[in-house]
Design a binder for this molecule. Sequence first.
Ligand code: ZN
Ligand code: ZN
Length: 603
Amino acid sequence: MINITFPDGAVRQYEKGVTALDIAKSISEGLARKVLAANVNGQVWDATRPINQDASLKLLTWNDNEGKSTFWHSSAHLMAEAVESIYPGVKFWVGPPVENGFYYDMDLGDKKMNEEDLGKLEKKMQELSKENSSYQRKEISKADAVKYFSDKDDEYKLDLLQGLNDGEITFYTQGKFTDLCRGPHIPNTGFIKAIKLTSIAGAYWKGDEKNKMLTRVYGVTFPSQKELDEYLKMLEEAKKRDHRKLGKELSIFTFDDDVGPGLPLWMPNGAIIIEELERLAKETEEDKGYKRVVTPHIGKESLYITSGHLPYYLDSMYPPMQLEGIKYYLIALNCPHHHKIFAAEPKSYKDLPLRLAEYGTCYRYEQSGELFGLMRVRCLHMNDAHIYCSKDQFYEEFKAVNDLYLKYFKIFGIEKYVMRLSLHSPDKLGKKYVDEPELWIETEQLVRDVLIKTNTPYVEVADEAAFYGPKIDVQIWSAIGREFTLATNQVDFAQGRRFKLEFTTHDNKTDTPLIIHRAPLGTHERFIGFLLEHYAGNLPVWLSPLQVKILPISDKFSDYSKTILQKLKKADIRVEIDDRNEKIGKKIRDTEVMKVPYMLVVG
Ligand SMILES: [Zn+2]
Ligand SMILES: [Zn+2]
């Protein structure tokens, strides 16, 4: 017998060789129908793979990100099976899951596939899914694997095999299709009930334009038709709410080739939204005991060597400016400057917790292909702050940060959110993670306690922490159900030491503070992009660039309109008059298009 530990800590005994699917069945048939894969000792496995020793187990369903990505990756195999039956001789490169669905890159030889063929392919996939073929895992020697793909004359899989060794090679077969794959996959194709192939594109092999152009087919699948319908509806709505489209229509931001890609120019309407958001942040932070600082946009190379960002993050920074033999970089984050402010004057326990806040401007050199409206930019304004505290203060400080998030979620009507808590992995201490075994366990537990006690929805992810401490990624969903990463909170026990930050303790010793990096409103760029979609451009009154428009129906009412204008202005309301010589109907329509919350029709 072996012991299986469940996420709630319960331990149950099973026969050696039991599968996650068996275990699900022993709990309930209904659950077994939903299990897509399992997390076994921190690794995602096939639900049908035998477990031969004591293990921790989490059953993964559609509600888990790993369950979803396993579902979508398995759908890529199903699509490949369908492609192979329609285009015999096709060769496949890779077929990973992506944010919303999956793709597979393929070499169709001298055959062609176009948008119209996707319908046919979908139909074939539906047929094959109904066969309920199981995804069968087989360990295979490198020699046998090479022989299999040599016989098929498949240079792509042979290329993949080059990088693999005996003992780590597996084949997966469903129906008539066999693929080189490390898995995992869902139990059988019958789980894939609703299929939509979304697009077809060219993609160079290995992303290199000197290589052959392969055909890439994108698709998305769901466990039911209802979910597919909802997804397609959401996509349609997202198109209407696209922040790039709204940003242009409402004159919020623009880009200019002469300024440079990824560098947004905020127009007067955008600047008002920014100022209101900053006002909210500043008032809230002042109330919570933060102190504001202001720091330069550049810093010397030595600063980033101390912080450890150079040379590792060189690729994501703008190239340096060299002056009098010294290299200066545009800052990619505000932390090092804040640490230097902490270090500027001696600190005692009485100075802690110290919370330094700044709407800091940072520059990151995102690859051109990655730039996307306001979501991926090269200049960002961050709702940043660093909290320096002792270990005893950590729980309260982290809780206060979490409360801040919850407060903001309420203000902006963000109803769905999840904190993704990334933990360290004990066997990688001293390599991937700072070698502080006790501190890791202690702070991870404190963070977990905060999330549990405040009833904040969260998930834990093993082995994805930052180098210097546990990390919390904040995922939020817009009103139409699209997911955004808002911000990252990090606990940091390395930077304090790297910057030799110290404080005198109660008993006159010196200690290094823990640091919390936090940015609840993320960056202006990403957050305003999110808000535009979330509110479909209909911003709440306090954020609206123009709050009131006065529309006189004729010149006769012009003077009276002006007295109202003055009164509202005195009350700090953002107001304008439309005194054009136009029909009132047109004035109303134009004001509606600009999504002004209040129209005062005079006459
Ligand atoms: Zn696979
Ligand atoms: Zn920071």
